[in-house]
Design a protein around this ligand. Structure first.
Ligand SMILES: Cc1ncc(COP(=O)(O)O)c(C=O)c1O
Length: 394
């Protein structure tokens, strides 16, 4: 018997994450500066860690309510009201999940029947496509373009719609591009979403990391608010990736359906993390503000550095990634990253790991110290010099 034959067809066909594949190469080389990871370099602020430790000392070592601690759901809804002026009811419109990752997976499972189409704005976070495939859903790619500052345009959205379209998956501020959408940008999409009765899954995990303007959401438009599911979490804003905590906000009918899956598959999100998250929302805003300031200084330095090298790089307004265009070197994004790590010991991720639309670009994370970024820029410009590219004005 070949165990391989026992695996499900979808899983057999699932490609390993292009990010992981690349890091296996990086691990074998010494003195590598990694600008590849998608997580804050900061540790979780101490008072948040203490709240977690204290909860364990108090004996909070049991399951919680399936949907999450009522006190945490209350805090999440108050936070969304205060920060983003959106009303959600803690008892019916909020589910606490294991990271934004679980919320993404469970939304697809709750909403898709085989053959239903999901319009995915791409290049995008690596989990969207495989988790759609696990449900038998079909991905339709909406290609984000650097000339549109990686925004979803109404024309691009219209072009993806068929009679099987059910969901629109978006992520602003975006991974891997750092792209953002303004209220005016979203307003142009609203009539299309309404007309075609699309359900929008809005991954807002980087909502706290906006450097110009303010974060906005499609849920602000009353006429489609019931068609929008918001995914957010603690990983990026509060530097809490290892605590594995996120949440979903949306209309009660869908939250109830997603909670059914969560109840059987997960039971409840980690209790210690839920207590820490209450502290994060109550008293962590000052830490978020300080980290945002640090990221902004790094962003300015790194964008300037890449443009000076001749690799056009748009100034992202959010998240902690830049997405330089490496086509002037004549290399593919895979070749660029493979040679960069071997020749200069700097790890970045090929844009193609985030979908075909990312080919010709690389994702560079600036969730690293200024010193590391400066050293990495020196090494990358030494690497790029051999290709005789001209400085860019982007
Ligand atoms: C766009 C996006 N969504 C969701 C996630 C998952 O985050 P979490 O740690 O909350 O599962 C990530 C993580 O990198 C991400 O970049």
């Amino acid at each position: 018997m070949k165990l391989e034959d026992k695996l499900s067809t979808v899983v057999k066909e699932m490609k390993p994450s292009g990010i992981r594949k690349f890091f296996d190469v990086a691990k074998q080389i010494e003195d590598v500066i990694s600008l590849g990871v998608g997580e804050p370099d900061f540790d979780t602020p101490w008072h948040i860690r203490e709240a977690g430790i204290y909860s364990v000392e108090q004996g909070h070592t049991h399951y919680t309510e399936n949907a999450g601690l009522p006190a945490l759901r209350q805090q999440i809804c108050e936070y969304y009201k205060e920060r983003y002026q959106l009303d959600y009811a803690p008892d019916s419109d909020c589910l606490v999940t294991i990271g934004g990752s679980e919320a993404i997976d469970n939304c697809f499972r709750a909403l898709l029947n085989p053959g239903d189409e999901v319009i995915v704005a791409t290049p995008c976070f690596v989990s969207y496509e495989p988790t759609v495939h696990l449900t038998g859903g079909v991905v339709k790619y909406l290609q984000l373009r650097s000339e549109d500052a990686f925004k979803v345009t109404p024309e691009a959205l219209e072009a993806c719609i068929t009679d099987k379209s059910k969901l629109l998956m978006i992520n602003f501020p975006g991974n891997p591009t750092g792209g953002t959408m303004s209220e005016e940008d979203y307003a142009k999409l609203v009539p299309i979403i309404k007309k075609h009765e699309l359900i929008v899954i809005s991954d807002e995990i980087y909502s706290e990391l906006i450097y110009e303007g303010k974060h906005t959401s499609l849920a602000h438009f009353d006429e489609i608010k019931d068609q929008v599911l918001i995914i957010n979490g603690f990983s990026k804003a509060f530097a809490m990736t290892g605590w594995r905590l996120g949440y979903l906000l949306g209309p009660s009918t869908i939250i109830k359906a997603v909670t059914k899956i969560h109840q059987y598959a997960i039971m409840s999100a980690p209790t210690v993390s839920q207590y820490a998250a209450i502290e994060a929302l109550k008293n962590g805003q000052k830490n978020v503000d300080a980290m945002r300031l640090a990221y902004k200084a790094r962003r300015n330095l790194i964008v300037d550095g890449f443009n000076k090298m001749g690799l056009p790089t748009h100034l992202p307004k959010g998240a902690f990634y830049i997405f330089p265009d490496i086509r002037p070197t004549g290399l593919s994004s895979d070749e660029f990253c493979e040679r960069l790590i071997k020749e200069q010991r700097v790890a970045c991720v090929p844009g193609s790991a985030f979908g075909e639309a990312g080919a010709g670009f690389i994702r560079v994370s600036y969730a690293s110290s200024l010193e590391e970024i400066k050293e990495a820029l020196t090494r990358i410009s030494q690497f790029v010099e051999q290709f005789n590219v001209k400085p860019s004005n982007t």
